[in-house]
Design a protein around this ligand. Structure first.
Ligand code: 6PG
Length: 241
């Protein structure tokens, strides 16, 4: 696994770097194939998506990008909790991406049935490697507890699930979630952690400097054997490195 760490003083510069990563995947792809980009949710991407929505329309050739999600809350798409809604409002409705390229996790459906349906969808659409769909680029965040996607720390963790997408609950709120598992995430070509803010600095240092307890954090378990993990951090999140 190759690891790259980039630190930026501003969200604009961080967003610019992420957009360049997407564009590079589009440029490198075989003719006639779209790239697969998997979005994370939460609050960190909001500012990044807003900035990217303002780019010149040729900056990222969106018609060649398929959009998936690394996880979704089990809520309706119109809920302000929905990762789909956040991405749609802040980015997807503001760029020229065809609706047919967007594959929403249907948070309003029965969680187990939807996790199975979405796993099948990804299997049908994404070329495999090692017998598992290989996303070109997966975007992830990190929670204060070291979770990523909706893979939370603890014995019932789903990281090692045998499924591609599985169901779980947020440990504090009990909210049902549908999440990509470690099996799928660690098969990706490239993974990009976008982490901002001083509240994440301790976790980032714990993970990247392998401080006590680091190995138990799901975010630490993201280590695609044949892939690359890029960390895009602002100076606050990187302040303890
Ligand atoms: C979600 C996300 C989750 C998020 C982290 C960080 O559904 O909430 O996928 O994994 O990336 O919790 O969230 P913040 O950016 O809000 O700190």
């Amino acid at each position: 696994m190759e690891r790259i760490i980039r630190v930026f003083p501003t969200a604009d510069e961080l967003a610019d770097s992420f957009a360049s990563m997407i564009s590079l995947h589009v440029m490198k792809k075989p003719p006639g194939r779209k790239i697969s980009l998997t979005l994370s949710g939460g609050s960190t991407p909001k500012a990044i998506f807003e900035i990217m929505a303002g780019y010149d329309k040729d900056r990222i050739h969106w018609p060649e990008v398929m959009i998936f999600w690394s996880d979704e809350r089990c809520v309706a798409p119109g809920s302000d909790e929905s990762n789909y809604r956040m991405a749609h409002e802040r980015l997807l409705k503001r760029v020229d991406i065809p609706g047919a390229n967007i594959y929403r996790i249907r948070g309003e459906n029965d969680p187990a049935a939807e996790a199975a349906r979405y796993s099948d969808t990804v299997t049908q659409l994404i070329p495999p490697a090692n017998g598992i769909p290989r996303f070109d680029l997966i975007m992830l965040g990190i929670g204060d507890d070291g979770h990523t996607a909706s893979l939370f720390p603890g014995p019932a963790g789903l990281f090692h699930s045998g499924k591609l997408y599985d169901t779980g609950q947020h440990p504090l709120t009990g909210q049902s979630r549908i999440t990509a598992t470690g099996r799928l995430i660690n098969n990706a070509g490239e993974i990009c952690f976008l982490v901002t803010g001083a509240s994440k600095a301790e976790r980032v240092a714990q993970i990247l400097h392998k401080k006590p307890g680091w190995a138990e954090l799901p975010a630490s378990m993201v280590a695609p054997p044949g892939g690359r993990v890029t960390w895009l951090l602002d100076t606050a999140a990187a302040s303890l490195l």
